[in-house]
Design a protein around this ligand. Sequence first.
Ligand code: ATP
Ligand code: 4MY
Ligand code: MG
Ligand code: MG
Length: 363
Amino acid sequence: MKLTDDNEEVTMNGTREVETAEEDISSPCSLVIEAFPVKRSIIVGYALTSKKIKSFLQPKLEGLARNKGILFVAIDQNRPLSEQGPFDIVLHKQIGKEWRRILEEFRLAHPDVTVLDPPDAILHLRNRQSMLQCVADMNLSDSYGRVGVPKQLVIKRDASSIPEAVNKAGLRLPLVAKPLVADGSAKSHELSLAYDQHAVLKLEPPLVLQEFVNHGGVLFKVYIVGEAIRVVRRFSLPDVSRRELSEAAGVFRFPRVSCAAASADDADLDPNIAVNNVLILVAELPPRPLLERLAKELRRGLGLRLFNLDIIREHGTRDRFYVIDINYFPGYGKMPEYEHVFTDFLLSVIQSQCKKRALADQY
Ligand SMILES: Nc1ncnc2c1ncn2[C@@H]1O[C@H](COP(=O)(O)OP(=O)(O)OP(=O)(O)O)[C@@H](O)[C@H]1O
Ligand SMILES: O=P(O)(O)O[C@H]1[C@H](OP(=O)(O)O)[C@@H](OP(=O)(O)O)[C@@H](O)[C@@H](O)[C@@H]1OP(=O)(O)O
Ligand SMILES: [Mg+2]
Ligand SMILES: [Mg+2]
């Protein structure tokens, strides 16, 4: 399926405390590769919002990291990046134009430093249309299930064209209306459910109109940190019955249903519900091999290592899944064992840097 962008087509900073060995401070490789005699800390520079610092840079993470030889150092965005550090890894969640330019320049000047992740790749997730294109192109289907994206339509400007565009595209009601731009602002998370296509006229483009897929009120958040995958359950919007759809009209603006307060992992959920003697899966986690394939393809396709995705199982099916949202550098603080997963990941990044350097030295 092609997700197009016109109205008609469907688709869709800080002081450095570096513990250095006296003989050489050039490489942290001894921390990850025994053959290297040089010892110094791994320096991870970070440029994150204060909200992210609070939720992610928890004392437990910093403590564990320190034990593994990793130091987090705040990047001062008011000073030239090259005058800071030196860094081994730069961790950031910023998408401003100026920051992108600074990082790109930095990457060219310091190819040995791993920037997590490349700003251009992150930009892909800033638009709810390009965000899901990779999943749509993948067309993932195997013996464990099928993964797609809900049918969607992009409304760039003219809200008056919506009813006709919805008809033409054959979108089924109800529709989830989402701001096209997903830039992390409060506004970009203001979603609505539209029971009839005329109701959408009240909404402000640019937006994405997405078919609402009944999924039993439970969604799965799949966190990806390099090669590692962790899945959690969250409560989600309840199903919309045919009857409710025939009786309801207008738009219903809904709050952020899938935030931590609504963790469904702590709830006593029966993974299976029997309806007319037919077993219906609601809360059973998606099959691991399917998620592994999906994560692998997304890592490659998006060129990202730090993200999560929201995936739902179509109610009444065992193996029909839809990806509805992908977020860059999500709320890892809510991911089980994130401290271990994240620090191991940082060590693996250094390990591949060291291997590359060792190879380059041979030639
Ligand atoms: N197509 C859909 N079908 C059914 N439910 C949906 C659909 N799209 C969104 N939802 C519901 O709305 C919630 C918010 O949607 P979405 O995840 O796209 O928004 P977001 O603001 O990007 O969220 P996040 O906080 O995860 O970044 C989902 O978690 C899910 O409960
Ligand atoms: O902290 P941030 O500002 O990055 O907020 C992110 C939030 O993490 P938090 O829970 O730590 O707030 C994420 O939650 P989970 O998916 O992991 O539940 C998710 O909602 C992202 O979409 C948010 O990023 P945004 O889309 O707003 O840029
Ligand atoms: Mg989401
Ligand atoms: Mg999102």
